[in-house]
Design a protein. Structure first.
Lengths: 120, 115
């Protein structure tokens, strides 16, 4: 159980285009999903927290208009990188928190396999 | 501010030898601690977690970790390493926020397994 998928697994795009990445919880409902960015050989940096039916909460330094997040349902969150540039090239990973886990203090995040974005 | 330190950037261990990966955290409240493993080009898989109770936590794939409050540490151990254990290992602390918990990750330790 607790499987999270991401689509696509990798994408190459031209500078100036927009790219949408999907994150789905396959066997559980997730009221909260998280989007991380990981540069080569570095750790994961939280970009934003996505709550179903409400606006995402962005971490300091992350551009809201650049990285659009939509959490349309309890099993789907999307990250759109708008007007992508080469510096946006990175590995994007989402995670999801199981709605069924009411114990906030003991919740666990389940991670997707990641999406590698290359902007030319 | 909350932080996690993994002092070893990479470690090489012979197959069959024991392993210990270090993790130190800084957090003002009771920590909720996690170890994740990441294979190349993949997402993160949860190895184990500590919330409360027994300070020695058992995880998947034969891993265990021990929480030591006095040392602010949560080191990961495995008695006998297999070649398939080669990967990147991340320690994380759960930081309580309004309605959910955020994870703060360490910089990771890359494990290499030699024959």
């Amino acid at each position: 159980g607790a499987v999270v998928s991401q689509h696509p697994s990798w994408v190459i795009c031209k500078s100036g285009t927009s790219v949408k990445i999907e994150c789905r919880s396959l066997d559980f409902q997730a009221t909260t999903m998280f989007w991380y960015r990981q540069f080569p050989k570095q750790s994961l940096m939280l970009m934003a927290t996505s709550n179903e039916g409400s606006k995402a909460t962005y971490e300091q330094g992350v551009e809201k208009d650049k990285f659009l997040i939509n959490h349309a349902s309890l099993t789907l969150s999307t990250l759109t990188v708008t007007s992508a540039h080469p510096e946006d090239s990175s590995f994007y990973i989402c995670s999801a928190r199981d709605r069924g886990d009411r114990r906030i203090r003991q919740e666990t995040q389940y991670f997707g396999p990641g999406t590698r974005l290359l902007v030319l | 501010a909350q932080s996690v330190t993994q002092p070893d950037i990479h470690i090489t261990v012979s197959e069959g030898a024991s392993l210990e990966l270090r993790c130190n955290y800084s957090y003002g409240a009771t920590p909720y601690l996690f170890w994740y493993v990441q294979s190349p080009g993949q997402g993160l898989q949860l190895l184990l977690k500590y919330f409360s109770g027994d300070t020695l936590v058992q995880g998947i794939k034969g891993f265990e970790a021990e929480f030591k409050r006095s040392q602010s540490s949560f080191n990961l151990r495995k008695p006998s390493v297999h070649w398939s254990d080669a990967a990147e290992y991340f320690c994380a602390v759960g930081v309580r926020n309004t309605g959910f918990q955020k994870l703060v990750f360490g910089t990771g330790t890359r494990l290499l397994v030699s024959p």
